[in-house]
Design a protein around this ligand. Structure first.
Ligand code: ADP
Ligand code: MG
Length: 410
């Protein structure tokens, strides 16, 4: 691969310029430096959104690439790049220590709690809608089916009503509200109180399960952590104690992401990079949730980086080919920077179709060595080798963590 540029000199891409941080060598442009920053590229018109996806098989350098990017962004832009990281494997601690990020460890029975029903920042309407979407997504996750129109409406009304008061509320309060609905809600539903109670029982069961089991001790009470959103360098939400729980993990990740996004919405003047590592675990179950949160990026200056394993992560939840193609296309239309690391042979055809790869890129995809990826930045493309310093190799090493923790659920 290192010699590709001499083998295919006609393919050598023009340089991407030198805005952003040096990530490593541009293999397809004579091994020159490759610089990147989603916001600089966005400002220059190379991208219509600053979101990224990093995709590749386990161990080929997805997390290391993201860690190198955020660490260098911090070095170059300082407080001009706020970092918000969802860390399902608990592998960002050394980086957090190095950069002075606050680490919030969420686990049942722990002292750190975050309340996904916090208002967050941004405009009030957006905040209400975000909370309605999240609650619906969590309930859908527990029930394993879509909500009926009445269930959806009652959940939405209950949240809207609570949001009208300045008093903060939690998922537990929401459950209580639906269990014992105020007259106004009963009237709106055009059902008798008994009918309404019957019809919304699944929602209260689901909320109760979320509070007493799935999210217990992490997302079911008032927020206890205090984070300097204005002047601090950033935050890592460590979810590693839930990583082995395939049922809870997607819901915990969606709740964590929602809470971070809410806080970031309040600072549109600042640029934030929100990393969702191992995002495949949540995206498979909540593609529509992520789709709506990706759309916020332009308004609120948040670049979201989703880390996935394979193209099928974006389609696995759909039953038929058409629906899955739609979901993937919907998500990808809001992610203009795609970094493709090595894929197993059986994923190459799907990747080629999903990312519209050239024949040459398709051949490379199955052979890329660790740390090397096809970077699709808007309309341009390059093969880039992320070069780590000795210090970064030490900070980013996950091999030991893998030995200690196993590789989590498939
Ligand atoms: N570009 C690179 N140069 C040197 N080592 C790397 C590079 N990318 C990854 N590694 C090492 O490989 C191991 C696995 O990388 P990691 O990024 O954790 O994989 P993934 O997130 O894709 O599963 C880590 O120990 C990391 O330090
Ligand atoms: Mg990783």
């Amino acid at each position: 691969m290192a010699h590709l540029c001499s083998v295919y000199p006609f393919h050598a891409d023009a340089s991407f310029g030198e805005r952003g941080v040096l990530m490593g060598a541009n293999v397809t442009a004579g091994m020159g430096g490759f610089f990147f920053d989603p916001f600089e590229f966005y400002a220059q018109g190379h991208l219509t959104n600053p979101n990224m996806i990093v995709m590749g098989s386990v161990g080929f350098g997805k997390s290391a690439t993201v860690k190198a990017l955020v660490r260098r962004l911090k070095a170059v832009y300082g407080t001009g790049r706020y970092l918000a990281i969802v860390d399902p494997k608990g592998e960002y601690s050394s980086l957090a220590h190095d950069l002075g990020l606050t680490v919030v460890r969420l686990y049942p029975g722990g002292t750190d709690r975050v309340n996904p029903m916090d208002a967050g920042g941004g405009d009030q309407d957006g905040s209400v809608i975000a909370r309605q979407n999240l609650a619906a997504q969590l309930v859908v996750g527990v029930l394993g089916r879509e909500l009926s129109p009445l269930e959806d409406a009652v959940l939405g009304w209950a949240i809207e009503r609570r949001c009208q008061s300045p008093v903060p509320f939690t998922l537990r309060d929401l459950c209580a509200e639906i269990l014992d609905p105020p007259d106004e809600l009963v009237r709106l539903s055009r059902h008798s109180p008994l009918e309404l109670a019957r019809a919304t029982a699944p929602v209260t069961f689901a909320l109760d399960k979320l509070c007493s089991r799935t999210l217990r001790g992490m997302f079911d009470g008032p927020t206890t952590v205090s984070i300097d959103w204005d002047n601090g360098p950033g935050v890592v939400l460590d979810l590693s104690t839930v990583y082995g729980n395939a049922e809870a993990l997607p819901l915990v990740m969606v709740a964590a992401t929602h809470w971070l996004t809410g806080a970031l919405r309040g600072r549109p003047e600042r640029r934030s990079v929100q990393v969702i590592d191992e995002a495949w675990a949540a995206v498979r179950h909540g593609a529509s949730y992520f789709q709506s949160s990706l759309k916020l990026s332009r308004t609120y200056g948040v670049a979201t980086v989703l880390v996935c394993h394979r193209p099928s992560d974006l389609t696995a939840q759909a039953d038929d080919g058409t629906a899955s193609a739609k979901i993937a296309a919907g998500l990808l239309s809001d992610i203009q920077t795609r970094v493709l690391l090595r894929q197993p042979p059986e994923q190459v055809a799907l990747a080629a179709e999903m990312f519209d790869l050239t024949e040459r890129e398709r051949d490379w995809l199955g052979q890329l060595v660790q740390g090397r990826g096809i970077w699709r930045v808007g309309a341009r493309s390059a093969v880039v080798h992320t070069v780590l310093t000795a210090n970064e190799r030490r900070l980013f090493d996950t091999d030991q963590a893998m030995v200690d923790q196993g590789d989590g659920p498939a």
